[in-house]
Design a protein around this ligand. Structure first.
Ligand code: ATP
Ligand code: MG
Length: 567
């Protein structure tokens, strides 16, 4: 492709709302354009990289025995109502009606769609296991679209679904996909970690997330140095060290003026903050619920979601008026004589002589003890991990890292097949629910992960496998016939040998050409300058930037060698 013909609207200035490198460079390199919040157009160079990622994913899915299909991006509401997710999915779902008032959604994912397809078509154990996938645009009305195509409202996802006869064969299908995902992210040359995930609102019995490491990532993961353990922050179990036990004392109500926070009350009463119970006043599906945890820790919302089975968007903090209406006071909520649903992190039942709100302004109880003075539902672990926590059952401390979730795999078990009554007949003619798995790769988000890990101040540094073009030939001065002739010759030669090559034949200043070349990040570069009359060119790579003067034949050979490595 000739740059004189290529639609590549590069920008000199940094776009204002671009917070991270990938967003900035995708815009500046003329690869994407914003249409509306979280909705983007992919321009020629950007779309080529997206298609390369798509093809890598497609090849590895096909190698793993998955079969590609394509279901509509528009999905009928009925199947979502059957599974219960029409309401449960919440405000992220784009809903619409046709002219006859029939309801649809723009698919945010496709568990229901695939399950009902297979339910209606696959009848016998002889047809199992089955592994189907699609690469289809997904729609999610994200609360906070940001970082360009990293968290968009319209994005491309590969989603796959497996159907099995038993938990044991699901395990095989799952491991097969796990391995395929490793191959995909290796081929994208990403630096990533695989960690245990939280099944959350998806349901099911286990999951892994593939996290491309990046300081700009929204995901936090924890892992052990030995590599034995890795999990998302949401999933990570917390081993809490209880404060030293004291003799159980009598309950007493005390005046605690201006001490509504843990810090204040712990200081005022001179009691370790571990012993001061923290109350979190919540509305869960519009029902008041108070959650209690040790005062020195934070609530892990994902663990509460798992326990209650209520999605995050249906959980919120109480408003002041709601706190009043359950007959307590903000900052002084406690479980004694409070007639609402109460959920306790188990540690609250194990720490004695607690300081706990008395539901009156400026009053706390001291020496409150679970069982004797109050009770309620107990959950093993509702705590968020923090720096200094040990990996349970080991001598290692958790390490923390940030990253971008590029893939996610779930064992769903029979959650969706039961909800949608999807069964097959086994050898004995008995009907059984399918054991399912679901597997996602963010195609467009992967582009951002690649760029976050591969850029410098001047632009993108594409790895060969996902670069929009593999090589670029720059004619420094288009008024010089020798330079033009040599550039054209190299370009035609590389093209005829199957190299994806750009020719910068624009009538621009050399500086502009070099700047653009760095910005768009093409890996292999040949520069036809002053020594073109002697058939000498400069060869360099985008990553190393070092220039070598070599004969044009050697430059062509080097490019062919490099290209061969990724073919
Ligand atoms: P996140 O926690 O980032 O919201 P998710 O758990 O909602 O992700 P999944 O439902 O597992 O995501 O979707 C599968 C994959 O699709 C994710 O691993 C991610 O790569 C991609 N993805 C999810 N949401 C978006 C989005 N808003 N924009 C771009 N890609 C996305
Ligand atoms: Mg999400």
């Amino acid at each position: 492709m000739r740059l004189s013909k290529l639609y590549m609207p590069t920008l000199r200035e940094d776009p204002q709302d671009a917070e991270i490198a990938s967003h900035k460079f995708l815009l500046r390199a003329g690869m994407i354009r914003k249409s509306a919040s979280g909705i983007y157009t992919y321009l020629p160079l950007g779309y080529r990289s997206i298609r390369k990622i798509e093809n890598i994913v497609r090849e590895e899915m096909d190698n793993a025995g998955a079969m590609e299909i394509l279901m509509s991006a528009i999905q009928p509401s009925e199947i979502w109502k059957e599974s219960g997710r029409w309401e449960k999915f919440g405000p992220e779902m784009f809903k619409l009606k046709d002219r006859n008032d029939r309801e649809f959604c723009l698919g945010p994912t496709a568990e229901e769609y695939f399950t009902t397809l297979v339910r209606d078509e696959v009848k016998s154990y002889k047809d199992l296991p089955l592994n189907l996938y699609q690469i289809q645009t997904k729609y999610r009305d994200e609360k906070r679209p940001r970082f360009g195509i990293n968290r968009a409202r319209e994005f491309s996802m590969k989603d796959a679904y497996t159907f099995d006869v038993s938990p044991e064969t699901l395990e095989i299908s799952y491991n097969n996909m796990y391995n395929a995902y490793e191959k995909i992210f290796d081929r994208l040359e990403l630096d990533y970690k695989i960690v245990e995930g939280d099944n959350g609102a998806m349901g099911g019995t286990g999951s892994h997330e593939f996290i491309a490491l990046s300081e700009t990532g929204e995901g936090v993961i924890v892992y052990s140095n030995s590599g034995k353990f890795g999990a998302t922050e949401e999933k990570a179990p917390v081993e809490y060290i209880l404060p030293q036990s004291k003799d159980v004392k009598d309950l007493e109500k005390v005046h605690t003026p201006n001490a509504s926070t843990i810090e204040e009350v712990s200081k005022f009463l001179d009691v370790d903050s571990k012993r001061c119970a923290k109350a979190i006043d919540l509305m869960i599906e519009d029902e008041p619920v108070i959650v209690f945890i040790p005062g020195d820790r934070e609530l892990n919302l994902a663990k509460l979601v798992s326990y209650t089975g209520v999605a995050e968007h249906d959980i919120r903090m109480m408003e002041d008026s709601e706190i009043e209406s359950i007959k307590t006071k903000k900052g002084y909520t406690g479980p004694i004589d409070l007639d609402v649903r109460k959920i306790f992190d188990k540690r609250i039942t194990e720490i004695n002589n607690l300081v706990i709100g008395a539901n009156e302004d400026e009053y706390h109880y001291v020496n409150a003890n679970y069982g004797r003075d109050f009770d309620g539902e107990v959950v093993d672990d509702l705590l968020l991990v923090t720096e200094g926590d040990k990996v349970p059952g080991t001598d290692e401390y958790y390490k923390f890292a940030r990253g971008i979730e590029v893939g996610n795999i779930f064992k769903l078990g029979t959650k969706y097949s039961e909800a949608l009554n999807a069964t097959y007949l086994d050898e004995n003619g008995k009907s059984n629910y399918f054991y399912m798995g679901s597997y996602g790769v963010g195609i467009t988000r992967s582009v951002t992960a690649v760029i976050e890990q591969n850029h410098d101040d001047n632009g993108i540094i594409w790895p060969m496998a996902v670069a929009p073009y593999e090589a670029i030939v720059t004619i420094v001065n288009t008024k010089d016939d020798d330079q033009v002739a040599l550039g054209e010759r190299i370009y035609e030669d590389l093209k005829s040998q199957g190299v994806e090559v750009l020719l910068d034949d624009r009538k621009e200043r050399a500086g502009v050409k070099f700047k653009d070349r760095d910005l768009i990040g093409i890996p292999l570069r040949i520069t036809c300058g002053k020594k073109s009359s002697d058939n000498i060119v400069e060869y360099s790579t985008r990553r190393e930037l070092k220039n070598f003067e070599i004969s044009f034949e050697d430059a062509i050979r080097t490019v062919l060698n490099e290209v061969e490595k990724v073919r």
